[in-house]
Design a protein around this ligand. Structure first.
Ligand code: UDP
Ligand code: MG
Length: 325
């Protein structure tokens, strides 16, 4: 029987410290599975260099020379983690029966990859890696993640908690994913919407072995904002509720001011005037900025800009469609 062809996609942004280890670990796992005839021998690890400024691409090139197990794709500049995943899946999805995405820092346990493949063979199109504890993450990271999941749940987006971007997708799941044409794709929200037989695989998440997180607070916030505004208009609706409350409060203020006026205490109206002025101004700005967030999103989508630009694609250049044996 023909064994499936698997491509492991690894987004890399300034990962020179981690890359040699990751390549070794992933390469060995793949090699073992190929040798024990669980996978087609055209299976490989595809590194997507997301515009790194360090030696990452040079290292990937070195790996390509070393073994056919490794392959690289290079962006013309930094397009972000999600786009690196999308590019990897697009390119690999053409020829692979299944793809697995995993971060270069190996925080997600790569030893469960054979189990993911086993579940794929058993009929799952989507296998989601779910970490069963987050003790290795910093307290801040845990808190922000929890808040994010809670907010998403409140606004009606069903995310799989503690599932990051470690997952297996079958070729048809990848093809389905590619039909979502929005520029700012929020993978964790879209993947559960694909349907197809899906299973969860639990694993232990480890601390980053080398290098530092490539997700500074700024990127984390924009990631969360994108997640929320891609799936829900709840924040826009919230403006209405806030507006109603504020108007109610202002009405009370008016009555209060009027009573004060009738009592002849109008001299010290300055404080209340200033407070309400600033307060209402602030609320209006919040409202406008939320609307602006959506208008910005529409602006970004109507432009139909590419998600990423590939500078070098060694995958398509070297990986021919699997030969039936
Ligand atoms: N990454 C990327 N582009 C970016 C930021 C990160 O491709 O702009 C990659 C990074 O190299 C790593 C993965 O995305 O393989 C996850 O990043 P990281 O481990 O720094 O995130 P964290 O685990 O801290 O959330
Ligand atoms: Mg990490």
């Amino acid at each position: 029987m023909q064994q499936p062809r698997l491509t492991i996609i690894v987004p890399c942004y300034n990962e020179e410290e981690m890359l040699p280890t990751s390549a070794k670990v992933l390469g060995e796992i793949l090699q073992k599975m190929i040798q024990s005839n669980q996978l087609n021998r055209d299976s490989c690890v595809l590194f997507v260099d997301d515009g790194s400024a360090d030696q990452t691409w040079a290292l990937i090139k070195g790996l390509e020379q070393q073994s056919a197990l490794y392959c690289g794709l290079k962006f013309s500049r930094n397009f972000g983690h999600q786009n690196a995943l999308m590019a990897g899946m697009k390119v690999a999805g053409e020829t692979s029966d299944a793809v697995i995405t995993i971060d270069a820092d190996l925080q997600d346990d790569p030893t469960v990859i054979p189990e993911m493949v086993a579940r794929f063979k058993a009929g799952s199109d989507v296998v989601l890696g779910v970490r069963n504890d987050r003790s290795s993450d910093s307290r801040f990271k845990r808190w922000t993640a929890e808040t994010f999941y809670t907010v998403m749940r409140k606004i009606g987006v069903q995310l799989v908690p503690d599932h990051a971007d470690f997952r297996l997708l079958s070729q048809r799941a990848v093809t389905a994913l590619m039909t979502y044409s929005e520029t700012n794709l929020f993978l964790r929200g879209i993947v559960p919407q694909l349907g197809f037989p899906t299973t969860k695989l639990y694993y232990q998440r480890k601390p980053r072995l080398a290098g530092e997180s490539k997700y500074p607070l700024k990127k984390m916030i924009s990631f969360a904002m994108n997640g929320i505004t891609s799936f829900s208009i709840a924040p826009i609706k919230a403006i209405l509720s806030i507006g109603v409350v504020i108007s109610g409060v202002s009405l009370l203020m008016m009555i209060f001011a009027l009573v004060q006026h009738l009592l002849g205490n109008t001299v010290d109206g300055w404080a209340s005037l200033m407070t309400s002025l600033w307060f209402l101004g602030g609320v209006q700005l919040i409202g406008i900025s939320i609307v602006g967030e959506y208008v910005g999103k529409i602006f970004a989508e109507v432009k139909h800009r590419p998600r990423y630009i590939i500078e070098t694609d060694d995958y398509t250049a070297t990986q021919q469609p699997a030969v039936l044996t």
